[in-house]
Write a protein that binds this ligand. Structure first.
Ligand SMILES: Cc1cc2nc3c(=O)[nH]c(=O)nc-3n(C[C@H](O)[C@H](O)[C@H](O)COP(=O)(O)OP(=O)(O)OC[C@H]3O[C@@H](n4cnc5c(N)ncnc54)[C@H](O)[C@@H]3O)c2cc1C
Length: 264
């Protein structure tokens, strides 16, 4: 780890001021990704600004029929939240299968979204529920937030404040986990929205994407049978030591069928 200045502000205004003054300031949420990055000397920030003391970035509220989740809310808090479980059980179910208890106890929704690991779960719900990412500068539509592998629409020094999820008619998430990390080899989030079905695949490609063939099939027949004979194109899917693109394509069908069946 290289030396850096450590700050623990207690308000968003203080975070913004520290970022503006720092030569190369970086935010720290739960540290699940960023601390290993620092330890491996893959980053050399001048200042690390710890968000854990900023109360206004934490918490879960019911808003406009949906749910608003502060960026510093942990996966465990989301999974256990009475509000999330009641209003969007599919999202609570997703948070409950992020990593293991240690990861869920420290990892945050804001950190996970800013990092945008291709195997991360939340992009499924952000796109699948047409969520809105609220930053200290603007609102970003969930559909526009993810721009590539480990890339998002966030600008340098832009801070995620909260994420607003509208309530769907129904939603469910299923994933085939990497048994070691529990990250998604393939995840499928299926949502039944007023505007029609959404099916978002995570883990399989460089970033989360909508499986439009499945959405079209579900629009006329919302049953797992409707997706059973579909096959995703493996051409642009990830192939690595964990799974080939062909295997991931196969899993997309299997996992999506299970997610649809879970909707009941
Ligand atoms: C062993 C292991 C297993 C995991 N399994 C899963 C899994 O199954 N599914 C899954 O989805 N994830 C998984 N994760 C990821 C984990 O859930 C964390 O959310 C993720 O690592 C980000 O960590 P963090 O929230 O602690 O953020 P940090 O590591 O502190 O920050 C990550 C990045 O986000 C930036 N950042 C943080 N907060 C903000 C903010 N409010 N605004 C703007 N930028 C911000 C930081 O500057 C940094 O660049 C796993 C992680 C580990 C270590």
């Amino acid at each position: 780890m290289y030396a850096f200045n450590y700050h623990k502000p207690t308000s968003l205004a203080e975070v913004q001021s520290l970022l503006a003054k720092a030569e190369d300031g970086k935010l720290l949420a739960g540290g699940h990704t960023y601390i290993p990055t620092l330890k491996q000397r893959l980053a050399q920030p001048s200042d690390v600004i710890d968000l854990s003391g900023v109360a206004e970035l934490k918490g879960i509220e019911e808003e406009a029929g949906g749910v608003t989740i502060g960026a510093m809310t942990t996966h465990g808090q989301i999974a256990r939240s009475e509000i999330v479980r009641r209003v969007i059980p599919g999202l609570a179910g997703m948070a409950a299968v992020v990593g293991d208890p240690q990861v869920r106890n420290r990892g945050t929704m804001g950190g996970a979204l800013a990092n945008n690991d291709p195997a991360s779960d939340y992009p499924g719900a952000v796109i699948g529920l047409a969520a809105t990412i609220r930053t200290d500068k603007r609102e970003i539509a969930g559909d526009d937030f993810i721009t590539g592998m480990f890339e998002t629409a966030l600008e340098e020094d832009e801070i995620i404040r909260a994420i607003h999820f509208p309530r769907p008619k129904r939603s469910a998430y299923e994933k085939f986990r990497n048994p070691a990390s529990r990250y998604a080899l393939v995840g499928s989030f299926v949502a039944d929205l007023e505007s029609g079905p959404r099916v978002v695949i995570t883990g399989a490609g460089p970033c989360a994407f909508r499986w439009t063939d499945a959405e079209q099939a579900l629009a006329s027949n919302f049953t797992s049978d409707a997706v059973a004979s579909l096959r995703a194109d493996p051409t642009d899917l990830n192939s690595d030591l964990h799974a080939s693109a062909e295997y991931r394509a196969h899993l997309i069908t299997v996992i999506t069928k299970r997610a649809v069946a879970k909707l009941g």
